[in-house]
Design a protein around this ligand. Sequence first.
Ligand code: HEM
Length: 545
Amino acid sequence: KPIPGIPYNEVSVRGLLGDLPALARHVKDGGNFASYALSTVRALNSPLVQIFVRPFGKPNVLLADFGEARDLLLHRKEFDRSRVAGDLTKGFAHDHHIKLKTGEAWKSQRRLIQDLMTPNYLHNVAGPVVYQKARMLMDLWRIKAEIAGERPFEASDDVFRGALDGVMSFCFGERFRDTAMGPAIDALHELDRGAMELKHDGNPREPVKFHVPPLNAVLESIVTISETPLQVQGSPWPGLKWAFVLRNKRIAQAVEVKERYIHDELEAIVERLRASENDAEKSAVHHMVLRERALAEKEGRAPQYFSRVMIDEVFGFIFAGHETTSTTIGWGLKLLADNPHVSSKLRTVLRASFALAWSEARQPTMQEIARAHIPYLDATLEEIQRCGGTTPIIDREAVVDTQLLGQHIPKGTNVACLVMGPSMMEPGLVGEGTRTIHTDKGTKVKPWDPSNISSFDPERWIADKNGAEVFNPAAGPQLAFGLGARACYGKRLAYLQMRIFFSLLLWNFELLPCPPVLSDYSSGLVITNKPKHCYACLREVNSFK
Ligand code: HEM
């Protein structure tokens, strides 16, 4: 039954299936749930609309306005984490904190992973292992660029391997050695040099196809599990659907492999700590074991190193961190290749910022990259986040009867804030004065200039402070990581990974534009809003070690 006062498609309320038939047609034509939501907002020309995608369930409200979404996410206690995230992760990380409402239980669980996103931890512990994996990706692309000879090649699998290795290194530190990238590099070394001839064959615009080697059993299990939420998405009975999905032999085996792997890693750390306090390798898992030990001591109980919560929190890093980061890097590759003025300015800025590395003909170090103050780099990363739309929807649930944009929202309604719609990537639909009263008077974020709101322009994040360029993270609307208490936990790690990756990429390569057929911006929404085509066409600009 529609919520009075909120626009909807008239045809959707005529049948039992609501918007599902129209959504299915949209998907068949190459769209996805997020693009359907956006097209509905546009068709009804309203920043607040409702759609019916759960048979017998409540309508889903779509909110396409940054000002109102920001207020909701930052200040409104009437909204909390929705059931969607928990429903989608129930089958493989049942006890992860993502599903919890904001309160004592959530806070207490977050204590286990506290301090992992501090600059100190990121720069000194996580950064070096993440940097090492980014260097491996550059090595892989150096070989591919040489073989491809300025022809494009598929980049999404490489970027995916790089991001997966990055987040696994964050979790397990130096203990994680059986990487995704290793076999990809080995496969190139073993390649018959005759394959070098590829660069002279055929159409120079045709992509070069490289063999994609399989992942090891643990990494393969992560990929298998990460695909399962797609099967549950939209189900009116997620619990039942999970029971069915987990009966599949391949999926059940994948869950078993990942459980055993995480358990064994925890056990290894616990054993090393028992043997010698200073002997265990530092990593997120090591840090969690120390936190659990300290919390248990404080609470007068025995530590539970192998509890469901411990295992699910570890897997949460991997699940929440690998595809999001790899998708965002994929968008960044495309945007930088298609905007050579941005990539060449960034390269010039990087050379000036890492002047010592340039003069010594070497790669910038992890510490140089992490600590440098480079406003144009920060601005470019922010703009990649804005234009990529990796997580196009941020859900919240109304926990009491409330209002949005002056309309009644009943308790239990799921509100989906659109990250890419009006006011974000196209002019807004809301007139001043119609929003819910803002509690943060005086710090309201200014809207983007409508004349260039949809273009990729890092300069929008740059401000002038006493004649010097500074990066202004609050220059305008941005929802890429959500906002408020439940915003992305791993944001700082994601920025660090991107900072390292794009600095090294532009240090080593020029990104040549790919042929138009490989350069479109269509996307597929699985867990994230992924580019359908992600190719790289690289020219090495130096051969520094
Ligand atoms: C570019 C990469 C990433 C993007 C775009 C991204 C985006 C997001 C978004 C939009 C949310 C929901 C925010 C909200 O509801 O307000 C979220 C939540 C979360 N993210 Fe990320 N994320 C990224 C990387 C990571 C990484 C690397 C980790 C951990 C290693 C991580 C861990 C989490 C967790 C644990 C939550 C749930 C927080 C909670 O419910 O309290 N994310 N992320």
